[in-house]
Design a protein around this ligand. Structure first.
Ligand SMILES: [Zn+2]
Length: 134
């Protein structure tokens, strides 16, 4: 997802309501994110598209101190595996939290945040991040 800097207000509003769309396996009931065609657990083809819960908890995390060049300046930041309610697992960056405050088991919720800015034209990508639930 890439939007220009001049993204209109209406779009921003839409971003706030961004849905977390994943897949549900009709055979084994597993939830996966992102949506895909084949169930990674049982191999069943034809997962249904479902909206996933936005809340979950951190089950593991890594503090990134030496990021690839496009993320330079953002370090240190935290990449976590978040298990959503229902069991789908999402690999995503945490936001609104210091690396030293992150704990396994921490309750988090999905938000749309600026992800990175590219080049002098300032193309901004928005992406899914998770922040602690207050
Ligand atoms: Zn399955």
């Amino acid at each position: 997802m890439v939007w220009a800097r001049s993204v209109p207000r209406a779009w921003r509003e839409r971003l706030k309501r961004y849905r977390l769309v994943g897949g549900k396996c009709p055979a084994c009931g597993s939830l996966v994110y992102p949506h895909r065609l084949v169930c990674p657990y049982c191999g069943h083809e034809g997962l249904e598209e479902v909206e996933l819960p936005r809340r979950g908890k951190v089950i593991s995390y890594t503090v990134i101190r030496h990021p690839p060049s496009e993320f330079k300046g953002l370090e240190p930041y935290v990449i976590a595996v978040v298990e959503l309610e229902g069991g789908a697992r999402v690999l995503a960056q945490l936001t609104d939290v210091e690396p030293g405050e992150v704990e396994v088991g921490m309750e988090v919720e999905a938000v749309l945040r600026r992800y990175r800015e590219q080049g002098p034209d300032g193309v901004i990508e928005y992406g899914l991040k998770f922040r602690p639930v207050e």
